[in-house]
Design a protein around this ligand. Structure first.
Ligand code: ARG
Length: 456
């Protein structure tokens, strides 16, 4: 492509470090889309003839046909996807192909292709996260009053419902979707027409290519257009936060499926056995989802380091932008699909969870609240008295509701037998009707709200 200035061939090692076709071929379709829009615009402005444009359009359609059929000959000697497609186009239509690159550079071309590619992915993520939310919501709807212990510090804290726990993740993943949506809105501007870095003397129409490619507007500064990669960083940071959420849920599934917890079980579809221990059932899919965040956050760090300190405008460093994004997005898609599968597959063990929900003095706060409400104690005193009652129960090896009234009265003489009403896990969750609380009535309302939101 630059034979005019050069007389010698690049060394093998120069080729090896320079070539990107091995990975940027993922953007082949986006490259054709960008070129078709550019050629139409050149013809509309009289920069190329309609006849040449017709030949270019036909040639690019043929190239696209090969790409889709898997027969396109990707060749290392043409370095990257842009030069590969242009070379193939000239094999189809001859030297007219050489008119396509008028008023364009690979710098605005790659920036455009990459934006289109990332944007397509973001649209896919919105749908796959919604799919996961629907699976979680399905569990929530079936388990609005299924008891389980709520934890802090992974120590039993207060009873909650399984539906409430599922909806906590539905909320989180809802924010992930809105982060991706914000990111998409901000990135949806067209770099095409910035040319190498300074714009072009040809009478191009950047609005035309921008809208043909579904962008909201052309980017206003040509230097920014070819050198900005914050859209990719932002998309990776959204991906990284989403993967962090996935890893938390994955970790809970690992814990819940252990024999010690036995809160939920996964079917044969989402577990594996052991090659030596015949009894084993391992939650490998959950473990792998838990691990994927490593790659995804790693990609964010990796691209941040590539971009850090780069002077304007384009530098070849930026060719290193794609692999982390491709890899991270592939990992996130897989993790989302696997998690949606597990979320639908898991079966809660209601009896075990209910038993655990009532264990470890989980209703001690309810007792303290009762002392405040019934006896008018300041909360701090109620907390202290409850602590003494818990210590007494612990010494006797009993649960709170198994203590005799006389034992309770040894700590606070005014306690009467009404206290036993608040000591069960059922009553504890039923009482938590404050907005956002775990009471089954609340969970039903929230599940209904999400069902409407996720319907469209
Ligand atoms: N393959 C290159 C990349 O991904 C395309 C842009 C090349 N531009 C240049 N001035 N060498 O960044």
């Amino acid at each position: 492509m630059w034979g005019g200035r050069f007389s010698d061939k690049p060394s093998d090692i120069m080729q090896a470090i320079n070539v990107s076709i091995g990975f940027d071929k993922h953007m082949a379709e986006q490259d054709v889309r960008g070129s078709k829009a550019h050629a139409d615009m050149l013809a509309m402005g009289g920069i190329i003839t309609d006849t040449d444009n017709a030949a270019i359009q036909q040639g690019l359609d043929d190239v696209l046909g090969e790409i889709r059929a898997g027969t396109f000959p990707y060749r290392d000697e043409f370095e990257d996807i842009h030069l590969n497609i242009e070379a193939r186009l000239s094999e189809f239509i001859g030297e007219t192909a050489g008119r396509l690159h008028t008023a364009r550079s690979r710098n605005d071309q790659v920036a455009t292709d990459f934006r289109l590619w990332v944007r397509d992915q973001l649209d896919g993520f919105d749908e796959s996260i919604a799919h996961l939310q629907r699976a979680l919501l399905g569990q929530a709807k079936s388990h609005t009053d299924t008891l389980m212990p709520g934890f802090t510090h992974l120590q039993v804290a207060q009873p909650v419902t399984f539906g409430h726990h599922m909806l906590a993740y539905v909320e989180m993943f809802g924010r992930d979707r809105s982060r991706f949506t914000d990111c998409r809105r901000r990135m949806n501007e067209s770099p095409l027409g910035a040319a190498a870095l300074a714009g072009t003397p040809y009478p191009i129409d950047r609005d035309m290519t921008s809208s043909a490619l579904g962008f909201d507007a052309p980017m206003a500064n040509s230097l920014d257009a070819v050198s900005a990669r914050d859209f990719a960083l932002e998309a990776l940071s959204c991906a990284s936060i989403c993967a962090t959420h996935l890893s938390r849920l994955a970790e809970e599934i690992v814990i819940w499926t252990s024999t010690q917890f036995a809160f939920v079980s996964l079917s044969d579809k989402f577990t594996t056995g052991s090659s030596i221990m015949p009894q084993k059932r391992n939650p490998d899919a959950a473990e792998l989802v838990r691990a994927k965040v490593g790659r995804i956050s790693g990609a964010l760090v990796s691209l941040t380091m590539v971009m850090k300190g780069l002077p304007l405008a384009y530098s070849k460093d930026m060719q290193e932008d794609k692999e982390p994004v491709f890899e991270a997005f592939a990992a996130l898609s897989l993790a989302l699909a696997a998690m949606a599968g597990m979320a639908a597959d898991l079966t809660p063990n209601k009896a075990n969870m209910a038993k655990a929900a009532g264990s470890a003095f989980s209703t001690a706060t309810d007792l303290a609240d009762w002392l405040v409400r019934e006896l008018g104690l300041p909360f701090r005193q109620a907390h202290h008295a409850t602590g003494e009652i818990v210590a007494l129960a612990e010494r006797q090896g009993k649960a709170l509701h198994e203590l005799s009234l006389a034992d309770m009265q040894s700590v606070k003489p005014q306690i009467h037998d009404g206290v036993y009403d608040v000591l069960s896990a059922e009553n504890s969750v039923a009482s938590r009707t404050s907005y956002g609380g775990t009471a089954p009535v609340n969970v039903k309302v929230q599940a209904g709200i999400w069902r409407k939101r996720l319907a469209d």
